[in-house]
Design a protein around this ligand. Sequence first.
Ligand SMILES: [Zn+2]
Length: 360
Amino acid sequence: MFNQIRKIIEKIKGDNIFCSLEDEAFILKYLKEEENISPFTFKETDEKGKELLEFLMEFTKKSITIYNEHLPKDKRKKNIFLFVDDKTINAFATSINNIDVVGINIGVLTILYDFYNKVVDDKFFTEIAGNGEERKNLIFRLQVMSFHYIICHEIGHLYNGHIDFGRLNLMKEIMNLNQSDRFEIIFNKTIELDADAFAMNRMLEFNENLIAVKDKSSVDNEIKYSYKIFLFSMYSFYLFLGETFRTNEIQEDTYFSPAVRQLLNLTIAEEFVARVRPEFSNEVKEITNYLMMEADFTLHKYCSKSIDESSKQIYLIGKLRYFESPELKNEMIIVKKEWNAIRDELQKNARFQLSKKYNI
Ligand SMILES: [Zn+2]
């Protein structure tokens, strides 16, 4: 897998858009003083861990280079990417001195590895069929995909103008105290879904690139396998995030539930495949259905909670009922209306073309 991604990385040429060492020193000092954020030092990391982190760093920098290749010069901004010395599951994007800053906590990588290492088996991934080497590759691929999805989500906040727009409106809010918390919650939910959609689309393109560099002889299976890996990595990341929110009692109503985000992201994947690979539409639907029915129980397995068939059925019925509930439908309409209301203003701050307004 390293080699596969390297092949893509090597093909990438583009202007260096990473900030100078001087800017970097300023930003790190600022993060430390204002936010108590420190970069991860590799002191206690073993050779294999270092190799992975360096690879991910390189991979992220190259991906950001590609996104900038698609932008007019005046929309390109300097960038810094860092691993944060924090064991919790979190990532952030911000802008300091007009430089994009994206950080991901080192805890995300540790916990993802632990999770995949414990739950990946050949019952769910029949493709590995008891092959230990293949299983290791699979765990690595899942880790890389989840990691990249999270980074793309954060980049989406910057490239789709959320950070600049949010700041402008925060200023307005300070001047106009009538703005309610409710407004902030809806705005947050709306931009979160937009960042998810940005991440899904970048990841789907990346997944197609991976398929393209693969050996032609195994391409049929590789397509299915690649989609399964990517969609499972996105899906299980949200299971995890939900669990973290629950155990840390983070106010869940500022976000849509992980189940809703999983469902919306799977819908984006189905639409993407219907557009670029229509002959594969049914197969990707099978994968998404399978995830909706089975992947949640990998978290049960990870938390060592056993679950019998009848509680499994009750769980699934509850989930489907929630998707069909008037409350959720109503909430989606509110968020779509919010998107329609902010979309044009947001576009002025965005670097890419944003999604169209909804017909509601
Ligand atoms: Zn976000």
